[in-house]
Design a protein around this ligand. Structure first.
Ligand SMILES: [Zn+2]
Length: 283
């Protein structure tokens, strides 16, 4: 049975782009007789506002969607730690003390998420009390797994190229948010039995890392469906900071959520909003 998911982070209200993403995942599950899951990704440290999760459920219900909710990320820290420990025991993680600024200054290449970490701390000596992040030695990991592929329903078969990200952080320095996005979602999608990972095109590059982690951790490999993104009239992904009204705002002004969901299903968007394959500024 097909299982899709919508996995928002409660660090800001949902907007139209989120609604579209949830509807895509919901419709695929419905059409194919599968299940649609909601997972709250609430380990974003101080930016995480757990009370927003209630609003998210109200938003989805207002859109007329039906879902099953799986455990929030904050309840799964032990599973992330166990996955990291397994990779550490395989000799595939190394500690890094670099700040974001230091990475930016040392980087000589740009990856999908910004400057590529050049491996500054690989082989460095650390004192036991030092706050460190743990990075994946991607070249060594790939040497162990051999070539990997993954399949996107829209883009077809892909050769996994995690090296474009450099040695990604899997365990953060911050005690409150120990697992990186890459590690947490990979563990979660396996634990939740997700068979079709539905999310926006902006996360397409991250999938190269997730495929590698699945191979290393012996997790089942889902199929992916990276959907086009709702863009504003400047070609920028919709976000609250750019003035896109939140779903909660729309709900509270008495707008018909089911009608809005029908419009999004039919790719009818409000004035000034289009569906785009890539973000402005992407190369
Ligand atoms: Zn470092």
């Amino acid at each position: 049975m097909i299982v899709t998911r919508f996995a928002p982070s409660p660090n800001g209200p949902l907007h139209l782009g989120h609604a579209y993403s949830a509807i895509v995942a919901h419709e695929i599950a419905k059409e194919r007789g599968g299940r649609f899951l909601l997972r709250i990704e609430d380990i974003d440290g101080v930016r995480s506002r757990p009370e927003l999760a209630r609003e998210f459920r109200a938003d989805l219900a207002w859109l007329g969607l039906e879902w099953a909710e799986v455990p929030a990320q904050s309840t799964r820290l032990a599973a992330y730690a166990a996955a990291a420990e397994r990779l550490r025991a395989m000799g595939l993680l190394y500690p890094c003390r670099c700040t974001r600024l230091a990475v930016r200054d040392a980087a000589t290449a740009k990856g999908p998420d910004g400057p590529v970490y050049p491996g500054t701390c690989r082989g460095a000596v650390f004192t036991p009390d030092e706050a460190v992040a743990w990075r994946l030695d991607v070249a060594e990991a790939l040497r162990r797994t051999g070539p990997l592929t993954w399949f996107d329903e829209r883009a077809g078969e892909q050769r996994a190229r995690p090296e474009m990200h450099g040695d990604v952080v899997l365990v953060r320095k911050e005690v409150a948010t120990p697992a990186s996005y890459h590690l947490a979602v990979t563990v979660d999608d396996a634990a939740d039995g997700v068979t079709l990972v539905t999310r926006g095109m902006d996360l397409f590059p991250a999938t190269h890392v997730h495929r590698l982690l699945q191979a290393l951790l012996g997790l089942p490999v889902p199929t992916w469906h990276h959907h086009a993104l709702l863009l504003d009239d400047g070609g920028i992904k919709l976000a609250k900071r750019r003035g896109s009204p939140s779903l909660a705002d729309r709900r509270e002004t008495g707008e018909d959520g089911r009608a809005l969901a029908d419009s999004l299903r039919a790719s009818r968007f409000p004035a000034g909003i289009t569906l785009g394959e890539s973000l402005s500024g992407d190369s």
